[in-house]
Design a protein around this ligand. Sequence first.
Ligand SMILES: Cc1cc2nc3c(=O)[nH]c(=O)nc-3n(C[C@H](O)[C@H](O)[C@H](O)COP(=O)(O)O)c2cc1C
Length: 250
Amino acid sequence: MECGSVDLFILTRPTSAARREQGRRLEFEEVIRGRRSIRGYKTDPVPKEVIKDVIELANRAPSSMNTQPWHFHVVTGKPLDRIRKGNTERNLGGVAPSREIRMHGGYLGVHRERQKAIAAQLFEAMGIDWGDKERRHDWVLRGFRQFDAPVSIVVTYDKDLADNDVAIFDCGAAVNGLVNAAWSKGLGAVINGQGIMQSPVVREFARIPEDEIIMTCVAMGYPGGEFAANDVVSHRRVVDDVTQFVGFDD
Ligand SMILES: Cc1cc2nc3c(=O)[nH]c(=O)nc-3n(C[C@H](O)[C@H](O)[C@H](O)COP(=O)(O)O)c2cc1C
């Protein structure tokens, strides 16, 4: 929970929206430092051309041997509503999650601690008490509904790479590009594993071809103004914690 100079910079800098309103493109560093997951959206539709621009940028992601194993299925309107409904009903009905990628149980140890820390930040922002089971449940339901975003981008990769972990790595690079590109264009986004928990529903209504594996989905839209969780700046470990420098001081 460090609050070093980077965090202070983030908290005191002019907002990205304000800079965008000045009519200039955001610098790379402004995008990286300013982006955060957005979980409250305006209902305004996002023009197809804007999404195409975002995907064009994300599509520049590096990939192993330039294999580019990813696909983006952009879903809105009725098909997205059917996905939200099906995902929610099946989860509430006790249907076991059916992700198409491996995810073994819950997080433990330090990873569990970090998971709890971001949940605490989000709940505090939203005024949700830890003991308030009803509101916590409501928050989970929002996730199943992809936070009611007007757009969901379902990210898939080619099934013939199913045994190749590198393809998953490649998709991660593309998804990172998606959320940052969205931010640079004035959109908000959140990578939303909850949204694909019931993959058969996503597969059916997003019309995912049989030869692709569903990796995740990214909820996207214009950030809703009055949603406190949108302002949460998640913590990061400091560089010295995540890095080993070798040979520099020998
Ligand atoms: C693979 C993956 C799955 C995620 N799934 C969810 C999700 O289901 N619900 C959610 O609210 N956030 C989800 N997130 C967003 C993370 O919680 C978020 O990126 C993290 O807390 C850091 O916050 P930031 O994106 O605001 O920097 C997911 C992120 C990743 C990378």
